[in-house]
Design a protein around this ligand. Structure first.
Ligand SMILES: N[C@@H](CCOP(=O)(O)O)C(=O)O
Length: 467
């Protein structure tokens, strides 16, 4: 499998090189050159497979030639046997034909574990073979950070630097990052917001001179294709559990960086019948405004009770635009330059917008409505949603096109991570799971830095290369 850049002006790479890259050299994101295709018969034949074997079917075509088939299966077995539910991604029914896909049974209680636990093992596999060491640099609005640290802390050949917006992630999210011990783990609390952190990460990938050529950066955010790849699996898994592929499914996806919903779009491209994909956002709703009014305009970031989705610019939307613009890298480079300038309101060509609207619905949910949805669903079923998942459920209920088609909302995180929202909705806090019971008493380690690229880069340069 070869990978190409969305901006059409970077070398084609193998999976191994894509794994060890962040952005393409032209500033674009890597996508598979050809998308693996599965027939309905083939998907149907996977119906009774356990999660780990299904994951192998879906993932192997993306890594073939770089990762040995048996080695991949071993990694998948290790990763998902560590999850706290035997089904790995169980479905919880909340109404007639309406489900939550619980993606929070991994070690850090969020969907990010699905990919980042695997990414850590893939990195080890590849780096050992190449005798290389790398520097991981990532930005988090709350969940990616701890999942990245958990997923890669045991890797022998990495130093890990995670930037989070100071004071703008929940206490559980922060502690899940800052209490992990390890000489190669660095938490940087940026005096700014997630977008500033993400911009610093992207700028650093664009010019790695600050590392003085001794190491290279690897991404743990969903700009890394390996993240998307692993997240495609649970769309197949949930559909097969509810009678797919012989009947179509609908999905509502709480969306920040557009990675998780892009994985659903990929599943559809690979042959899984998906009737509807709903982009569910909080009040950081740049994508909903684009979809509904054809106006792309980045507004100042709002700090909400759904911090993981407090993102003004959704990185992975570029991957979708690449397809909408018929994979024309030059056109996309021009469009991205206008979008990233954040000066004027940018509109898509009408035919491209029509394509986007045929593929996706969108809905934005404010804080009051998030809390009301948590209360409603609890009142109806006794099931406590995390606030991000509540945004997905609300959007599903508002945008559903066909009630005969099962509607699956991605349950992105466990409510125990979001005290503000849970208390505001009037509930008692659930208990932390066994492996985190002493989280609030553990010693924290982090460095608070200004949102200044040079300062962050010198910190990284100073604290890495300690062999
Ligand atoms: N929602 C994320 C923000 C980063 O997104 P990613 O999917 O690109 O890693 C978070 O919780 O950190």
């Amino acid at each position: 499998m070869k990978y190409i850049s969305t901006r059409g002006n970077a070398p084609e790479l193998t999976f191994e090189d894509v794994l060890l890259t962040g952005l393409a050299t032209d500033g674009g994101l890597y996508v598979p050159k050809d998308v693996p295709q599965f027939s309905l018969e083939e998907i149907e034949s996977w119906r009774d497979l356990p999660y780990t074997e299904l994951a192998h079917k879906v993932i192997y075509p993306f890594v073939e030639g770089c990762v040995d088939s048996a080695a991949l299966q071993k990694m998948l077995n290790e990763v998902y046997s560590g999850f706290g539910h035997k089904a790995v991604a169980p479905l919880q029914q909340i109404d007639h034909n309406e489900y939550v896909l619980e993606l929070f049974h991994g070690p850090t209680l969020a969907f990010k574990d699905f990919a980042l636990q695997l990414l850590g093992r893939l990195l080890d596999y590849v780096l050992e073979r190449r005798h290389e060491k790398v520097v991981i640099m990532g930005a988090t609005s709350g969940d990616t950070g701890s999942a990245a640290i958990e997923g890669t802390k045991a890797c022998r050949n990495v130093d890990i630097f995670i930037l989070h917006p100071h004071g703008k992630v929940s206490e559980v999210q922060r502690r899940q990052m800052t209490t992990v011990k390890g000489d190669n783990i660095f938490n940087i609390a940026i005096e700014g917001n997630f977008d500033q952190a993400q911009d610093m990460v992207k700028a650093s990938f664009g010019n790695q001179q600050f590392l003085r050529g001794e190491r290279k950066l690897v991404a743990v955010n969903s700009i890394n294709w390996a993240r998307i790849m692993a997240q495609i699996v649970y769309y197949f898994y949930s559909a097969l559990n509810l009678g797919g592929p012989l009947r179509p499914m609908a999905y509502s996806v709480p969306t920040g960086n557009f990675g998780d919903i892009f994985a659903g779009y990929m599943a559809k491209k690979m042959g899984l019948p998906i009737e509807q994909l709903i982009i569910a956002t909080n009040s950081n709703d740049v994508l909903h405004r684009l979809m509904s009014k054809n106006q792309y305009e980045v507004h100042p970031l709002q700090h909400t009770i759904t911090p993981s989705m407090d993102i003004a610019v959704s990185s992975n939307f570029e991957r979708l635009l690449f397809d909408l613009y018929d994979r024309d890298g030059a056109k996309l480079a021009d469009l991205m330059a206008r979008m990233n300038a954040k000066k004027d309101v940018v509109s898509l060509d009408e035919d491209k917008l029509a394509k986007a609207r045929a593929l996706f619905d969108s809905y934005a949910v404010n804080e009051d409505s998030t809390v009301t949805t948590m209360q409603e669903v609890f009142g109806e079923t006794g099931y406590l949603l995390d606030p991000h998942t509540a945004i997905g459920v609300k959007a599903a209920r508002e945008c559903r096109r066909n009630p005969r088609i099962p509607m699956i909302t991605l349950g992105t995180a466990h409510p125990v991570k979001f005290e503000d929202a849970v208390l505001r909705a009037g509930f008692d806090m659930p208990k932390l799971p066994h492996h985190l019971t002493d989280l609030m008493a553990r010693e924290e380690r982090m460095n608070v830095l200004p949102a200044d690229l040079a300062t962050v880069q010198s910190f990284i340069a100073e604290h890495t290369f300690k062999d």
